[in-house]
Design a binder for this molecule. Structure first.
Ligand SMILES: [Zn+2]
Length: 330
């Protein structure tokens, strides 16, 4: 197995297998397999093809370079290596896959790590926005709890419209028989498209920030000495990083959602919807004034905090594709 420092530079996927030194065209007798060095994907195929040392088939695009016990190298098609070396071959190709996976993580790490201090610092700047989102949720829940809960449930169900249901009694005639009877039905009526539904998603922004920082810190530790960590550990952290990226994105959407939701024109429709909704579900009468929603019966109201803290979204761009940021810096 290669050390991490060497693994970064080794080419585990070659495009011209014939560029390698020490290639033999037949398998010498009494030879064993030392290792599988790389996979090839021949760049000149189909104009030129790779000849397999085992079956002599001259047609290959993909295959493996093997290191043999006499120090020679030999090119195999995709299947013949296993036929020749059996279990040893299977183990060697598994090692190669593992090394390739690890190499991937190391290279990704090398690109990301120089940006980590900036990302962690930048996320600290998100804190005021996250605090004010959570504060506004709490306030909304306290002051206009029924409206808040109804909207949270709506968003959790993936609905995007504000609807009311009107009870109507209609006469239905049974086909054929001519018999008719009266039935009561709830007829839905759409009041408005719900704007800024992301504001009502069930996530806690400050928890996401804390989690993001813990993961970024862990990545810094790993980058300090990768040899102490196995590839699976890196893989888990990589998945966590992707999740955190998605969750940070949700914070951005949540903040934008708040601004859309409390826009005066939209809020008027919300007030109308909340008033007209079945009072078992949302009791009370509501009115919107500018960007404030009032409950006319309790006198309580809800609006966005006047200075709703901004968020630096560049952090997400760096997290998503740090390599592009390198180009930008160059
Ligand atoms: Zn072959």
């Amino acid at each position: 197995m290669h050390r991490d420092i060497d693994l970064r530079r080794i080419n585990l996927r070659v495009t011209d297998p014939y560029k390698q030194e020490g290639l033999v065209s037949t398998i010498p007798v009494e030879i064993t397999l030392v290792d599988v060095l790389n996979t090839y994907s021949f760049e000149r195929w189909p104009h030129e093809k790779v000849r397999c040392v085992k079956c002599n088939g001259h047609r290959h695009k993909h295959g493996f370079t093997a290191l043999l016990s006499n120090g020679a190298k030999a090119l195999f098609g995709s299947k013949c290596g296993e036929e020749e070396f059996g279990e040893n071959w299977a183990q060697a190709t598994a090692r190669l896959r593992e090394q390739s996976r690890r190499q991937n993580f190391l290279l990704q790490l090398d690109i990301l790590v120089p940006h980590l201090p900036k990302i962690r610092q930048g996320l600290k700047g998100w804190r005021p926005a996250c605090d004010s989102i959570e504060y506004s949720h709490k306030r909304f829940k306290n002051n206009l709890g029924y409206v808040y809960e109804a909207l949270c449930q709506l968003v959790a169900r993936g609905e995007t419209q504000l609807k009311i249901y009107e009870k109507k009694t209609i006469q239905k005639t049974k086909r054929g028989s001519g018999e008719s009877r009266f039935v009561t039905e709830w007829i839905p009526q759409t009041i408005s498209i719900l704007q800024g539904g992301a504001y009502f998603k069930n996530i806690t922004p400050t928890e996401i920030l804390d989690k993001a920082d813990a993961i970024l810190k862990q990545i810094e530790i790993i980058a300090g000495d990768t040899s102490r960590f196995d590839t699976n550990h890196m893989s888990i952290l990589n998945k966590q990083l992707n999740n955190v990226y998605r969750e940070l994105r949700q914070i951005v959407d949540m903040r934008k959602g708040a601004i859309l939701f409390f826009a005066p024109d939209h809020l008027k429709l919300v007030a109308y919807w909340a008033t007209r909704t079945d009072s078992n579900y949302i009791p009370g009468r509501y009115k919107a004034q500018a960007n404030e929603l009032h409950n006319l019966d309790t006198g309580k109201s809800m609006a966005l905090p006047p200075s709703f803290a901004p968020i630096d979204e560049n952090i997400l761009l760096i997290l998503q594709s740090p390599e592009k940021m390198n180009f930008a810096a160059a």
